[in-house]
Design a protein around this ligand. Structure first.
Ligand code: PXP
Length: 255
């Protein structure tokens, strides 16, 4: 099973100050060195975290592959076609939402018609296509009919559930994964997966890729914060030895 790490929230921290750190492109290098099979970013219409520049640089830098999540809007689809990442995942998007709230609406008559054009444009550009869907039969059948190569099952309901309800949500995911495979779709899963809830999903038959972001970036604060403070303390402790004439301006000192 492949792990694609979503690094949007490295960019969220950067955008909180509109500065140049932390750079998600640097994060992507670490993610790859740690063994991720690929990197995922969501280029939102409002550019609240990942910027066009990030996607361009990731395309130049990554040694694995980029899974670009995007809404099926012309401007975004054009950009995706011109950059041609290994994979594009079409997702629903609402400006007011804090994060993607569910799969694409694909259960009613005519649902998803607007996806047919973007899917074929992406495929013509050599991009593997995936649709973010709820784990429901109608959505999977529609995804197949629209010609997507893969689906990403929305695991958010499972992640938000507890007790017996969580078991039921896991059952839905298992049935959807099975049906997806029967329909000839590659099956991915993601959203809301954490260190506490990932294991049953990672054990599901037929799921070949997980997309995990927020929980990994959150964990890295705790696994890396101690070292970051130690480095700052060491720099302060050495300051008077490093600055020969206190009070004079020096070129920035590397550390
Ligand atoms: N998959 C999709 C389609 C998403 O929109 C997101 C969030 O950007 C993820 C996976 C990752 O979710 P999380 O950050 O909760 O791990």
């Amino acid at each position: 099973m492949r792990l694609y790490v979503n690094i949007d929230h490295v960019a969220t921290i950067r955008e909180a100050r509109k500065t140049d750190e932390p750079d998600p492109v640097r994060a992507a290098v670490l993610v790859e060195m740690a063994g991720a099979d690929g990197v995922t970013v969501h280029l939102r219409e409002d550019r609240r975290h990942i910027q066009d520049r990030d996607v361009r640089l990731l395309m130049d830098t990554l040694r694995t592959g980029l899974n670009l999540e995007l809404a099926a809007r012309d401007e975004l689809v054009e950009l995706a076609c011109s950059l041609a990442p290994i994979q594009a995942t079409l997702v629903p998007e609402r400006r007011e939402e804090v994060t993607t709230e569910g799969g694409l609406a694909l259960s009613g008559e005519g649902d998803g018609d607007h996806l047919a054009g973007p899917l074929s444009r992406l495929q013509e550009a050599g991009v593997r296509t995936s649709l973010f869907v709820d784990p429901e039969e109608d959505a999977l059948r529609r995804a197949r009919d629209l010609g997507a190569e893969a689906v990403e099952l929305h695991t958010g309901e499972y992640a938000n559930a507890s007790g017996a309800e969580r078991g039921m949500e896991l059952g839905r995911l298992a049935r959807a994964a099975r049906l997806g495979r029967e329909l000839g779709l590659a099956v991915h899963a993601g959203h809301g997966l954490t260190y506490e809830n990932v294991v049953p999903v990672a054990a599901l038959e037929g799921v070949e890729e997980l997309n995990i972001g927020h929980s990994i970036v959150s964990r890295s604060v705790f696994t890396g914060l101690g070292e970051a403070v130690r480095e700052m303390r060491a720099l302060m402790a050495s300051a008077r030895d490093r600055v020969s004439e206190p009070g004079t301006w020096l070129e920035p000192l590397g550390y």
